[in-house]
Design a protein around this ligand. Sequence first.
Ligand code: SR1
Ligand code: MG
Length: 394
Amino acid sequence: MSLLKQTTYQPLTETSATELALALNLFSDNPELSCKEIGDGNLNLVFHIVDDKNRKGVIIKQALPYAKVVGESWPLTLKRAKIEADALLTFGSIAPKYVPEVYYTNDVLAVTVMEDLSHLLIARKGFIKGETYPLLSQHLGEYLSKTLFFTSDYGLGPSIKKEQVQKFINPELCKITEDLIFNDPFFDAETNEFEAGLRTTVEALWKDDELKFHVNVLKKSFLTEAEVLLHGDLHTGSIFANDSETKVIDPEFAFYGPAGFDIGQVFANLLFQVIVNEQNHVLFINHLETVWNVFEEQYKHLWNTENKENLAQTSTFLNYILAKFFEDALGFTGCELIRRTIGLAHVADLDSIEEEKTRLAAKRKTLELGGILIKQRKEIKNLGAFIGTVKGVL
Ligand code: SR1
Ligand code: MG
């Protein structure tokens, strides 16, 4: 039976992924297709299919019914493929320049077929190799302003926004974030992974009641504040880039949550480079500043020109909203810094540092900075104070 008519899920192989691409007629006549599974993330299969004759490619992404990073013992809903496809379509309609084009989706196979981005590189890998991506932060500031405005009550109006909240209910993937970001790193959980040299620092963190109070406050915001459609996993492994182009991929964690969460994930994942990349830290601090400055400027513009809530259109309220986003973002930045250092699913920025002493020193800095940002986010009122705080731990 044609894969297009399949009524039950089956994981694709390189052969069946190629058959699917052919059945979809995505290539011109008599293509010479080759296919490679290239997924290196934590959860999914990713097939890169290329027509060697015409140098045209597509990506087929398929959700597995378990978390690849752990194995079949951690079952995971296939519904996340539909959430991801719907989120790509929503974000793509708002910010097409920064989102891959979707060609086909299939909920039974948990498959999304999309634009080939193989001329770009995953930004985290690029940064580790020494790429600087001069436009990345400008692009991310613009992506964030558009997606966080146009999916909100102010961009959509409350009735349509509520329909969207319903469409993007994503309990299973949210649970992963709730556990791995807001719970497990803050006690002796089985999922945690850290090296022996960090034990004293980590045990001090587990005993820090003030820190745990603030993490609970941030978790409550994540659980209850349906402000905007979040990407939900916006780290530098979810961004493809080169010097002129940026594409945000992988929104399977999308749901309605607090706007500061996506901003905080971007901040944190740039901060890993600020901390590990001593020679180039000014460049990454500039990236951080640009993300916020572009976001703030463009969000203000959208607020003043596209707002569906007439009564909200005052500068006092806009300033209140932006201050809230900033404060929340700092707290979520801190949580991401800590979980990627001692929880499940680390980042190569830290783990690929070969020399143990340097690696441990960098990890102590991410833990220290994470704790400060979580606890002092209300006092760090602007970008200058944020950068000053960052420089204080370098
Ligand atoms: C079991 S999933 C672990 C992590 O990988 C994803 O990319 C998310 O960041 C998640 O927390
Ligand atoms: Mg991902």
